[in-house]
Write a protein that binds this ligand. Structure first.
Ligand SMILES: [Zn+2]
Length: 433
C-alpha cells in the first residue's frame, strides 16, 4: 500500500484559513468571535435585472477580535481587486458628506498653513468630493483611487488621480519622483485595507519629516455602544478603537498627536499622526479619549464577547416592529441603498415581503436590485408616486438630512422607521422642520 498523496483540500491550508488565525495588525492568533452575522452577499454588488435569476455568491460575515491589539476584523473572504475596481459608491451623492469634506479642507489648510508649495495626497479619493475643495486655494493635490470608474469622474473635475491600490511600493515610487507629502488624508479607507501594515508603512514612507496624516474611521466604541452591526460588511476588514490605532502607529514609527470625535457615519474619529520624532505637540484629547476607552472596557475581552447578544436583541426588536406594521396593512418603502443596508436586510431577512422597493440618489443604482434580498432601487421620485405609510431609512447615520429632505411625505401621513440603535418610528408632523 502506498502512502496517500497530500491533496490540496486536506492538509494544505488555503490563504483564507491562514488569514483567519492571524491578526492583520499584530499577527497574533485571533480566536474570539465578536459577532457572527451569518452568510451574506457582498454589500456593494448591486444586481442588474439580467442577473437576478442567476446564482449569487454569499460569504460568511463573522467579525473576530484580537486579544493582543483588540483589532476587530474580518478575514478577507474576498480579494479587494474583486471589490474595489468597479465601485458603486460615489461620495458626491451625499450632500452632507461633501459639506463635511469642505469644512475639513478649510480647517486643515489653515491649521497646517498649506499653500502652493505644499503637496496633499488623498488615499481612496473617490470622485474628488474632498480634493476639489483645495483647487480654489491652489494647493497641489493628488488622489489615489483604485476604482477606475470613480477616478475618471475626479479627473474630469481637474483632480490628478492615480488609479491603483496604495501601499509601500507606490509610496516608494512617489518619493523617488520627489513627491513627498505634507498632508496625507485617508477618510474611511483604513477599514478597507487588507494589508494594514503595508498601507501604514506606505504612509510613513510618503510623509515628509514634519508632515501630517489625518485618518477618519468609524469609532469602534460607537459601533458597540449603539449596536451598529450593519457597519460590518465584507468590504470593511477592520474596526478601530483609538487604543488599536495607537498600537498601529507605533509599529510604524508614527504617533497620534491629536484626535477629534465626529458625528459622521454614526460616530467617527479623526486622528492626526506624525513621525515619532516630529515636532507636533500631543493634545490632551488623546490621553483623555484613551482613558475613556479603557474605562468602558475596550481592553477587556468580555466587552467584545457581550456584543452579539445586543445584536440579536436589535434584530428581534426590528422584526417585531416590521411584522406588527405589516399585519396592520402598512405599505413600507426603503430610503437609500447604502452598502450597510445590505448587511441589515440580509441578516434580518427583510425582503420585498416588507419593503416594496427602495430609492437612492445615486443614478448608478437605479434599475438595479439589492444583493441577496433583491429589493428594486428606483429614483427618489418613486416615493411620491407610491405614497407609502412608512419610509425605512437604511442610511440611518443620515437620518437628520433625510427626514429634512423628505419632510413633505408628512403631507400624506407617512412616517420614518429608523432601525439603529433600536428600531423606532419618527413622525415628521411632530418635528419642527
Ligand atoms: Zn492583533
Amino acid at each position: 500500500m502506498t502512502t496517500p498523496m497530500t491533496s490540496a483540500n486536506s492538509s494544505v491550508p488555503s490563504f483564507s484559513e491562514i488569514a483567519l488565525h492571524h491578526c492583520r495588525l499584530c499577527h497574533g492568533p485571533v480566536k474570539t468571535t465578536f459577532v457572527d452575522l451569518g452568510m451574506s452577499p457582498l454589500c456593494e454588488s448591486f444586481l442588474s435585472a439580467d442577473r437576478i435569476n442567476q446564482m449569487e455568491a454569499f460569504f460568511p460575515l463573522r467579525a473576530m477580535v484580537c486579544e493582543a491589539c483588540f483589532l476587530v476584523q474580518l478575514k478577507d473572504y474576498v480579494r479587494p481587486e474583486h471589490i474595489f475596481t468597479e465601485y458603486a459608491y460615489f461620495s458626491s451623492y451625499s450632500a452632507s458628506w461633501v459639506e463635511h469634506a469642505r469644512q475639513y479642507c478649510e480647517m486643515i489648510t489653515k491649521r497646517l498653513n498649506l499653500g502652493a508649495k505644499s503637496q496633499v495626497f488623498e488615499i481612496a479619493s473617490n470622485d474628488g468630493y474632498l480634493l476639489q475643495h483645495f483647487l480654489p486655494v491652489s494647493v497641489p493635490v493628488i488622489g489615489i483611487e483604485p476604482a477606475g470608474n470613480v477616478a475618471e469622474v475626479a479627473r474630469r473635475k481637474g483632480i490628478a488621480t492615480l488609479v491603483e491600490f496604495f501601499g509601500a511600493s507606490v509610496a516608494q515610487r512617489l518619493v523617488g519622483e520627489g513627491r513627498g507629502a505634507d498632508l496625507i488624508i485617508g477618510n474611511n479607507v483604513l477599514a478597507q485595507v487588507p494589508d494594514l501594515n503595508d498601507f501604514v508603512s506606505g504612509m510613513q514612507i510618503l510623509l515628509k519629516p514634519d508632515g501630517v496624516i489625518t485618518l477618519e474611521f468609524p469609532h469602534l466604541e460607537r459601533l458597540i455602544a449603539e449596536n451598529q452591526f450593519d457597519t460590518i460588511y465584507h468590504e470593511h476588514f477592520s474596526y478601530f478603537s483609538l487604543i488599536t490605532i495607537g498600537q498601529m502607529a507605533a509599529r510604524h514609527n508614527l504617533r497620534v498627536f491629536e484626535v477629534e470625535e465626529l458625528a459622521t457615519h454614526g460616530g467617527s474619529l479623526r486622528v492626526y499622526l506624525c513621525h515619532r520624532g516630529a515636532n507636533h505637540a500631543k493634545s490632551a484629547a488623546v490621553d483623555s479619549l484613551l482613558a475613556h476607552e479603557r474605562g468602558i472596557g475596550l481592553e477587556r475581552m468580555e466587552t467584545y464577547e457581550k456584543f452579539s447578544q445586543n445584536v440579536y436583541q436589535t434584530k428581534r426588536q426590528l422584526l417585531s416592529l416590521m411584522i406588527g406594521l405589516k399585519e396592520q396593512g402598512a405599505k413600507i418603502c426603503g430610503y437609500g441603498a447604502p452598502g450597510k443596508g445590505n448587511t441589515l436586510l440580509n441578516y434580518c431577512g427583510i425582503g420585498r415581503d416588507f419593503l416594496e422597493f427602495t430609492v437612492d440618489r445615486n443614478p448608478y443604482k437605479h434599475g438595479r436590485y439589492t444583493p441577496g434580498m433583491h429589493i428594486p432601487i428606483y429614483p427618489v421620485e418613486a416615493i411620491d408616486c407610491a405614497k407609502p405609510n412608512y419610509l425605512f431609512i437604511l442610511p440611518w447615520n443620515l437620518k437628520n438630512e433625510i427626514t429634512g429632505q423628505m419632510h413633505h411625505v408628512a403631507d400624506w401621513g407617512c412616517k420614518f422607521i429608523v432601525p439603529i440603535p433600536h428600531a423606532h418610528v419618527i413622525d415628521p408632523r411632530r418635528s419642527t422642520k
